[in-house]
Design a protein around this ligand. Structure first.
Ligand code: AMP
Length: 284
C-alpha cells in the first residue's frame, strides 16, 4: 500500500496508473468498520486488479465555527494499518494547505438539497462537503466513489453534485454498519460518556419501530410518524432531538403523505455536545 501526502506525487501516480480501474472512498479518518465496509464495496467495483484509493482528510471547510474541528479524532497510524489490512492500494492523506488556496475565488454552492435537515443546523456544511469532494474527484479521478447511507443527506447532495457538474463517476451507496445494539458506527461515538453510549441505541430502535409501523400501515401519516419517533427517542433522559423528518428518498423534500416513492426517516440527536445522525426508510 502506498501513502501519498502531496498533489505532485499523486499526479505522478495517476499518470502511471491511468488505465487501471479506480474506486475512491473519501473519509475523515478515525476509521471504523463502517469505513472499512466502504473499502470492500470499492474493491468489488474496481475488481481484483483495480485500485482502491482511500482519502483521509479532516476537511476544515465542512465544520462550523462552533463545531468539533480541533477535537475531531485523528488516528492516522492506526488508520493506515486498517487500510493496509483491508487491501487498500493507495491512501491520499494531504494537509489542508495542500488542498486549499488562501486566495480561492471559485466555490460550489448547493441551493436546495442542503438547506433543510442537517443543513439547517449546520449552515455551510454541505457546501464544504461539495467543494472538497469535487477537489478529491478531480485529484483522484476515480471511476467509482463510495459513500455511506449513514450520511443520507450527504449522499443525496453528492449524487446531485455528480449529476449537475457531469462528473464521470458512478456513486455507490453503502449500507450503514451498526454496533451490536444498533447504534450506527461513527467516529463521533468516541465522544459519548458511558451513560450517553448506553442510551444512544434508542435512536435506531425508535427509527426501526416507526419504520416497521409505517410499513405495516399502523402509522399512516408522516407527521404522526415524526411525532412517534420524537416521543420514543425522548424516553432517553440524555437525548435532545435536533430534528426528526420524514422526507422523499431522493429529493429530500418533506413528505405530505406515504405514497409509491418510498420514504426516509432522518434524525439528528444530541447527547451532550455530541450530535449523532441516523436514518432508515424504504426506497421503492
Ligand atoms: P466520515 O469519515 O465520517 O466523513 O465518513 C466517510 C464515509 O464513511 C462517508 O461516506 C460516510 O457516510 C461513511 N460512513 C460513516 N459511518 C458509517 C457507517 N456506520 N456505516 C457505513 N458507512 C459509514
Amino acid at each position: 500500500m502506498l501513502v501519498i501526502e502531496n498533489i505532485a506525487d499523486l499526479r505522478r501516480w495517476n499518470l502511471k496508473n491511468k488505465s487501471t480501474p479506480r474506486a475512491l472512498v473519501p473519509t475523515m479518518g478515525a476509521l471504523h468498520a463502517g469505513h472499512l465496509s466502504l473499502c470492500d464495496r470499492a474493491r468489488e467495483a474496481a475488481g481484483k486488479s483495480g485500485h482502491v484509493v482511500t482519502t483521509i482528510f479532516v476537511n476544515p471547510t465542512q465544520f462550523g465555527p462552533n463545531e468539533d474541528l480541533a477535537a475531531y479524532p485523528r488516528t492516522l497510524d492506526s488508520d493506515l494499518a486498517s487500510c493496509q489490512e483491508q487491501g487498500v492500494d493507495l491512501v491520499f492523506a494531504p494537509r489542508a494547505k495542500e488542498i486549499y488556496f488562501p486566495d480561492t475565488t471559485i466555490l460550489i454552492h448547493e441551493t436546495r438539497l442542503s438547506l433543510g435537515l442537517c443543513g439547517h443546523s449546520r449552515p455551510g456544511h454541505f457546501d464544504g462537503v461539495c467543494n472538497v469532494v469535487a477537489k478529491l474527484f478531480n485529484l483522484i479521478q476515480p471511476h467509482w466513489a463510495v459513500f455511506g447511507e449513514k450520511d443520507y443527506q450527504q449522499l443525496a447532495v453528492i449524487r446531485r453534485l455528480v449529476r449537475d457538474l457531469n462528473f464521470p463517476i458512478e456513486i455507490i451507496e453503502s449500507p450503514t454498519v451498526r454496533e451490536k445494539d444498533g447504534l450506527a458506527m461513527s467516529s463521533r461515538n468516541t465522544y459519548l460518556t458511558p451513560d450517553q453510549r448506553a442510551q444512544a441505541p434508542i435512536i435506531h430502535q425508535s427509527l426501526r419501530e416507526v419504520r416497521d409501523a409505517i410499513v405495516a400501515k399502523k402509522i399512516t401519516h408522516p407527521a404522526e410518524a415524526e411525532t412517534q419517533v420524537a416521543r420514543k427517542i425522548s424516553q432517553s433522559k440524555l437525548a435532545k432531538i435536533d430534528y426528526v423528518k420524514i422526507v422523499h428518498p431522493t429529493t429530500l423534500e418533506p413528505l405530505e403523505s406515504f405514497g409509491e416513492n418510498g420514504f426516509r426517516i432522518i434524525t439528528a440527536v444530541f447527547f451532550g455536545k455530541t450530535r449523532l445522525i441516523d436514518n432508515l426508510g424504504i426506497d421503492t
